[in-house]
Ligand binder design. Structure first.
Ligand code: MSP
Length: 515
C-alpha cells in the first residue's frame, strides 16, 4: 500500500468536544499512525461542520453571531485534538472560503444537469439530524429515534436532489464491494434503507435558515447542511468542479471515511449519490464506529452525563494523553458501542500499560544494570524463543479490518507471554547460579521483544512508545515491515540514571479528589 487518506466526520460546533467526538478522532489517529508505519504517503483530514439551524439557534440564544460561536468552538475542537495528540494534516472548517465557493459550484453543477430541482414541500424536520424525516422513521411517540424529540413541521419551496435516480447504482456498488461499508452488518442496514429511498431536500429558504452557504443562482435559498458538510472530503483536497488538482487525484482513490453509526445513511446513500452525480469515484471505504456510553448509559445533555476529554485528563492528572487514547481506542470491538467508566479506565491502563509493559521494561533494564552494568554482550544475542515478529503480521491484519481492540489484544498477549517467559526463566536465579550468559540472553530477549512492542503500541500511545524506544536505543521510525528481531545493540545500553518509569500507575484518589 503506497497511500492512505483518512477522514473523520466533521463535528457540529454548537457545543464543545465531548468524549464521543474524542473517541472518533482517537480511533482515526491510531489508524493513521499505524498506516504511517506501513506507507510513505498518509493524509489525515478532520474539521468542523459550522452551518445549519442548530448552530444559528444556539448562537442566537447566547446573543452572539453564528460566526463568533463557530470561531470559539472550532478553536475548542482544535485545542482538544492538540491535547490528545491528534496528528491531522488538515483541519477544514465549512466556513472556510475555499470550501464555501466549491460547494456553491457543486450545487450549480448538479442543478444545471437536472439532478437538483425545485419543489414545494411539507415535511418533518429534525434539527438534531439537520434533515427531513420520513414519518416511518419516527418512534412510537412520533419522535426522532436518535434525538428523542418531535420534529418540526415545515412547509417550504426547496431544492431537491434526485437521490432515487442513484438508488440502483448504489445497491450495485455495495453488493459488488463487500468491503465498502465496514463492519459488514452495517451494509445490510443500508441495503434495507435503500428500499424506500426518496429524493431529499438540499436547500432551505433564507427566511427560515440564514446561516448557510447561499445558492449562487437563487437569492432566497441557502444550501442545506448535508451537501455542504459531505463535500468537505473533496473540497479539502482542492476539488471544486472545475479543478481536480493533483492532491485530489492523489488521495481520493485511497479515501477512508471514519464515521459514527448515526450518520451512516448520509454517507452511504446521500454521499454516494452526490459523488455519482458529480461523476467521481466513490470512497474506498466507510468505517462505521459505535457510540461511547458513560457508565453504560447513553451520553446526553438531558442526563447531564456529557464529559469532555479535557475533564478526564484533568481528573486523572494526565500530563500526556496516552492512557486515555489507549482506553478509548480499545473500548469497543469494531463497530460496536463502548463504555467509559473511571474504574474500568484505571484498571485497564494500570494492568496493560503500567504492569504488563512499563514494569517489564523497568525490571529488565534494572537487571541488565545490576548484573552487567547495562552492557549487552555479543553472546546475549541471537537466541530468542519469543516470536514477536509474527505479532506484527497479526496486528497489521487486524488494522486492515480496523480492529483496534483486537490488534491491541495481540500486543497484550505478547506482553503476557513475555512476562511469563521472565518468570519461567528467572534471570535473578540464573545470576545467583552464575549462569551469566543465560541470564543475559533472557534479558536481551525480553528487550528485543519490547522494541517490537514499542513500535506496535506507538499508534495508541505515542509518548509512551517514545520513552520506551529512548531507553532501548531503538529507532521507532523504521517501517513495520522492515523490522527485524535484531534491534538491541551490543555494548553499553543504559546506565542506572537513565532508567525511568515510562508509565505511572493511575491513582484513583486523583479522580475522586477532583470530582
Ligand atoms: N456534522 C455531522 C457530521 C458531518 S460529516 C460530513 C455530525 N456532527 S456531530 O458533532 O454530531 O458528530 C460528529 C461525529 O461524532 C459523528 O461521527 C458522530 O457519530 C460522533 N459521535 C457523536 N457522539 C458520539 C458518541 N457518544 N460516541 C461515539 N461517537 C459519537 O454528525
Amino acid at each position: 500500500m503506497e497511500r492512505f487518506y483518512l477522514t473523520t466526520a466533521i463535528d457540529y460546533v454548537n457545543g464543545t468536544p465531548h468524549i464521543g467526538h474524542a473517541y472518533e478522532k482517537i480511533v482515526s489517529d491510531v489508524i493513521v499512525r499505524h498506516y504511517k508505519q506501513r506507507c510513505n504517503d498518509v493524509y489525515f483530514l478532520t474539521g468542523t461542520d459550522e452551518h445549519g439551524i442548530k448552530i444559528q439557534k444556539t448562537a442566537a440564544e447566547r446573543g452572539i453571531t453564528p460566526k463568533q460561536m463557530c470561531d470559539e468552538h472550532a478553536a475548542a475542537f482544535k485545542d482538544a485534538w492538540k491535547k490528545l495528540d491528534i496528528d491531522y494534516n488538515q483541519f477544514i472548517r465549512t466556513t472556510d472560503d475555499y470550501h464555501e465557493k466549491a460547494v456553491q459550484k457543486i450545487f450549480e453543477k448538479l442543478l444545471a444537469q437536472g439532478d437538483i430541482y425545485k419543489h414545494s414541500y411539507t415535511g418533518l424536520y429534525c434539527s438534531g439530524c439537520e434533515v427531513f424525516l420520513n414519518p416511518k422513521d419516527l418512534d412510537e411517540n412520533g419522535c426522532c429515534p436518535i434525538h428523542n424529540r418531535k420534529p418540526e413541521e415545515i412547509s417550504e419551496e426547496n431544492y431537491f436532489f434526485k437521490l432515487s435516480k442513484y438508488k440502483d447504482a448504489i445497491i450495485k456498488h455495495i453488493k459488488e464491494n463487500p468491503d465498502y461499508i465496514m463492519p459488514a452488518f452495517r451494509a445490510n442496514e443500508v441495503l434495507n434503507q435503500l428500499e424506500n429511498i426518496e429524493d431529499i431536500s438540499v436547500s432551505r429558504t433564507k427566511d427560515n435558515v440564514s446561516w448557510g452557504i447561499p445558492v449562487l443562482s437563487d437569492d432566497n435559498q441557502v444550501i442545506y447542511v448535508w451537501i455542504d458538510a459531505l463535500s468537505n472530503y473533496i473540497t479539502a483536497l482542492g476539488y471544486d468542479v472545475d479543478n481536480c488538482p493533483e492532491k485530489f487525484e492523489k488521495y481520493w482513490a485511497e479515501s477512508h471515511h471514519v464515521i459514527g453509526k448515526d450518520i451512516l445513511k448520509f454517507h452511504s446513500i446521500y454521499w454516494s449519490a452526490i459523488l455519482l452525480a458529480l461523476g467521481l469515484p466513490l470512497p474506498k471505504q466507510l468505517f462505521v464506529h459505535g457510540f461511547i456510553n458513560i457508565n453504560k448509559e447513553k451520553m446526553s445533555k438531558s442526563l447531564g452525563n456529557v464529559i469532555s476529554p479535557q475533564s478526564v485528563m484533568e481528573a486523572w492528572q494526565l500530563e500526556e494523553p496516552d492512557a486515555f487514547r489507549y482506553y478509548m481506542a480499545t473500548a469497543a470491538p469494531i463497530g460496536k458501542d463502548g463504555n467509559f467508566s473511571d474504574e474500568d479506565f484505571k484498571e485497564k491502563v494500570n494492568v496493560d500499560l503500567a504492569n504488563n509493559m512499563g514494569n517489564l521494561l523497568n525490571r529488565t533494564l534494572s537487571m541488565l544494570v545490576k548484573y552487567f552494568d547495562g552492557e549487552v554482550k555479543p553472546e546475549f544475542k541471537g537466541n530468542n524463543p519469543i516470536d514477536a515478529l509474527n505479532v506484527i503480521d497479526k496486528v497489521e491484519e487486524h488494522f486492515d479490518k480496523f480492529e483496534l481492540q483486537e490488534a491491541a489484544a495481540e500486543i497484550v498477549t505478547l506482553l503476557d507471554s513475555t512476562n511469563k517467559y521472565v518468570t519461567n526463566n528467572a534471570p535473578w536465579t540464573l545470576a545467583k547460579e552464575e549462569k551469566m550468559t543465560e541470564c543475559g540472553q533472557v534479558l536481551v530477549n525480553v528487550l528485543e521483544t519490547l522494541c517490537i512492542v514499542s513500535a506496535l503500541i506507538q499508534p495508541y500511545c505515542p509518548n509512551l512508545a517514545d520513552k520506551m524506544a529512548q531507553q532501548l536505543k531503538f529507532d521507532l521510525s523504521v517501517k513495520l515491515d522492515d523490522l527485524t528481531d535484531d534491534n538491541i545493540k551490543v555494548g553499553k545500553l543504559i546506565s542506572k540514571e537513565e532508567i525511568k518509569p515510562v508509565f505511572l500507575r493511575l491513582d484513583s484518589e486523583f479522580a475522586t479528589n477532583k470530582k
